[in-house]
Design a protein around this ligand. Structure first.
Ligand SMILES: Cc1ncc(COP(=O)(O)O)c(C=O)c1O
Ligand SMILES: N[C@@H](CCCC[NH3+])C(=O)O
Length: 416
């Protein structure tokens, strides 16, 4: 669900006109809604009902401390993929005992750090990683809690760059090897087996691949039990998609029900969910100002002050993201525009062939930009990353300042 709505032709964030917010904080600017983030998180939590569970928000989707803090206050757990993300979770007041650590390339340093903080478990992606965790835990005199990420070989039917559950993908341990790797783990001195997990991809718009993957995992859980290995939790990963254009993903309730319905007879096996996009995407927009309108030989261009460094999804995945005028009352004549940024790349666009009524100086908003928006922003072309503002009812809170030019070369040195 999208929290931005037009009131009197002006795009509003909760009770505030978007134009007033950016008048204060400048453009480009990410704006998020507290109410929407909380509603989305609670939709997952409530849908699971009485089945024991933990919602571990996938920090990579949006890792702003202000947002992590909101979620921590709701009781959320966190799915992290780096020591940096763990630092953010701790800084935000998150409970390390509710943190699961995913990712294919955990370093010794990251493992030692996570162990020292007492995280819930490591989602292990290879036999070599398992050995490394055992070694580091041994050095620390600890037993590391682990879950093996099983690659269930299910087609998530999403963009190939964000599909993760196929044999051809780098993620997880092949199903056929899983029992063997679990047995290796059971024999290790400094490993404690606690779970099993999978994550088959992102922006999934159907329930069936999730259910297929779960069924394959449940078969493995039963097979492991025959080998005397008990699984204490099952982590079904994230991946639920959102509507950017005309996709019709299941809502969190339908998705969660489909998962929980497969858990009959397993009411004591806790479930972990790792949603990222479904919580954050439609809770945020990116607002940008039209700098110039330019008529090319074949196309009209709207040159705006946000670029691929601020929002990479269109350039990276050819992702279609909805672009709207912030003030419709201006009633500009409509034309077809490629909405492009100032970065020196032909791939620097936010949208192509969009019918918009624009004049120089107008504001546009890219909707559904709350997930994998700022989180993937960079300083390419030495551009300062934008501000982030969280709207709480009728109060905007600055949760990240726009970067300053002087910050761009902090930590860089000239030769003596
Ligand atoms: C292991 C893992 N968990 C959770 C997520 C979150 O995915 P999404 O934002 O699609 O819910 C991802 C990213 O795809 C991931 O790699
Ligand atoms: N960054 C991607 C999703 C990747 C999910 C991470 N495993 C996107 O914008 O859609």
């Amino acid at each position: 669900m999208d929290f931005f709505s037009y009131q009197n032709q002006q795009l509003h964030a909760e009770d505030l006109p978007v134009a007033d917010i950016v008048a204060q904080y400048g453009t480009p600017c990410y704006i998020y809604s507290r109410a929407t983030i909380e509603r989305h998180w609670q939709a997952f939590d409530k849908a699971v009902g009485n089945h024991p569970h933990l919602i571990c928000y996938a920090v990579k989707a949006n890792s702003n401390i202000g947002i992590l803090n909101l979620l921590a206050r709701l009781g959320s757990g966190f799915d992290i993929v780096s020591g940096g993300e763990l630092t953010r979770v701790l800084e935000a007041g998150g409970d390390p005992a509710k943190v699961v650590f995913s990712g294919v390339g955990k370093t010794e340093e990251e493992i030692a750090y996570a162990l020292a903080q007492g995280i819930k478990c490591f989602n292990v992606e290879s036999p070599s990683e398992l050995q490394r965790i055992n070694k580091v835990a041994g050095q620390a005199g600890k037993k590391a809690p682990v879950s093996l990420r099983v690659n269930p070989d299910v087609d998530a039917k999403t963009h190939p760059y964000i599909s993760t559950g196929l044999k051809a993908n780098k993620f997880g341990i092949e199903r056929e090897q899983a029992i063997d790797v679990y047995r290796q783990a059971a024999a290790m001195d400094n490993i404690k087996i606690v779970g099993m997990d999978c994550h088959i991809g992102s922006q999934l718009t159907q329930t069936a691949p999730f259910v297929d993957a779960l069924d394959r995992l449940l078969d493995l859980v039963d097979e492991l039990a025959k080998h005397g290995i008990e699984i204490e939790h099952l982590d079904v990963g994230g991946g639920l998609g959102v509507t950017y254009k005309d996709e019709t993903p299941p809502d969190p309730d339908t998705y969660v029900q489909a998962i929980v319905s497969r858990m009959q007879g397993r009411s004591t096996l806790p479930l972990i969910f790792e949603p990222g996009r479904a919580i954050m995407a439609n809770a945020g927009i990116l607002v940008s100002k039209v700098e110039f309108l330019k008529q090319g030989a074949e196309k009209n261009f709207a040159l705006v002050d946000a670029a691929m460094n601020d929002l990479l999804r269109p350039a990276l995945y050819s992702a279609w993201m909805n672009i709207v005028e912030v003030d419709r009352s201006l009633n500009r004549p409509k034309a077809l525009y490629d909405v492009v940024g100032p970065v020196c790349e032909t791939g620097d666009f936010l949208g192509k062939d969009r019918e918009l009524g624009l004049a120089e100086g107008d504001l546009i908003a890219v909707r559904s930009a709350g997930a994998y928006g700022f989180a993937m922003a960079s300083n390419y072309n030495s551009r300062c990353r934008p501000a982030e503002v969280l709207v709480d009812g009728n109060t905007p809170h600055l949760i990240r300042e726009r970067e300053k030019l002087a910050d761009l070369f902090k930590g860089e040195y000239k030769l003596p």
